[in-house]
Design a protein around this ligand. Structure first.
Ligand code: GTP
Ligand code: MG
Length: 235
């Protein structure tokens, strides 16, 4: 009889173990708990995905309108965990990882319109199994480079056989236009290895403003089509 494939997710974390041991801060036992810990974040992502899918279906049915274009999720890679802890001068231990990193589990929720972002945040705030810990609203106050998006750190319980564990998840809400811009900006930084020419930076910032204008215009048109019906993604 073959054993069910429960091994791969754990094997994928061996990289973290190696990186952490390199630093001499972590013992094998602790390394194995890092793997277990990351499983917990994977479960938290699955939980949040389901919660958002339920909200999405509910709104789609009641309002005949879908506020979410798509959702993506990822677990931070072992290399990226180790790099961020080092960069911020934190020890490379399990406790440090749990205490200092809010984005071990990350989701991106791509909405149709800006008002959908605030609507979803409000609905999530009322959810008994979701606590919103912090919100960084880069839509109301964009970054100097033009970046827009709303980042929420939320906590949700993961119920395991023995106990329940509160787990933090970073959710980035963006519109399609914001996401389009952010992915091009990200690629630009990779391409120029962080030394992007000034003229290009200015162009990107300008493009971010155009993207925002487009967001506002599209939403205004959408409202007209709906005959001013405020349920159409109204805040
Ligand atoms: P991190 O170390 O990246 O977690 O920064 P932070 O804790 O100060 O959080 P912040 O809310 O500023 O950004 C978190 C994430 O948002 C980043 O990892 C990116 O995914 C995204 N982000 C923030 N700023 C930018 C930006 O200027 N451009 C792009 N493309 N993405 C950004
Ligand atoms: Mg962050």
């Amino acid at each position: 009889m073959t054993v069910p494939a429960e091994v791969p997710p754990v094997r994928a974390e061996v990289g973290l173990l190696a990186l952490l041991q390199e630093n001499g801060d972590l013992l094998l036992d602790e390394g194995l708990s890092v793997a277990r810990e990351l499983q917990l974040y994977r479960f938290a992502l699955a939980e949040m995905r389901t919660k958002l899918a339920v909200l999405q279906d509910e709104i789609t049915l009641s309002d005949d309108y879908n506020p979410i274009e798509h959702i993506s999720a990822r677990i931070k890679t072992p290399r990226s965990i180790a790099e961020k802890l080092r960069r911020r001068g934190h020890p490379l231990t399990l406790e440090s990882m749990q205490a200092n990193l809010d984005d071990l589990a990350g989701m991106r929720v791509i909405c149709t319109f800006v008002s959908d972002v605030y609507r979803l945040l409000k609905v999530m705030d009322r959810h008994p199994d979701v606590a919103i810990l912090t919100v960084k609203d880069y839509i109301a106050a964009p970054k100097p480079n033009g970046y827009r998006g709303l980042h929420a750190i939320v906590e949700t319980p993961v119920h395991l056989a023995e106990a329940s564990h509160p787990v933090r998840v970073e959710i980035q809400f963006r519109t399609i236009a914001m996401d389009f811009w952010a992915s091009l900006e990200h690629k630009t930084y990779y391409k120029y290895d962080k030394t992007v020419p000034d003229a290009l930076l200015r162009e990107l910032t300008e493009a971010a403003e155009h993207a925002h204008e487009l967001d506002l215009r599209m939403e205004a048109i959408h409202r007209q089509i709906r005959g001013g019906d405020d349920r159409a993604g109204g805040q």
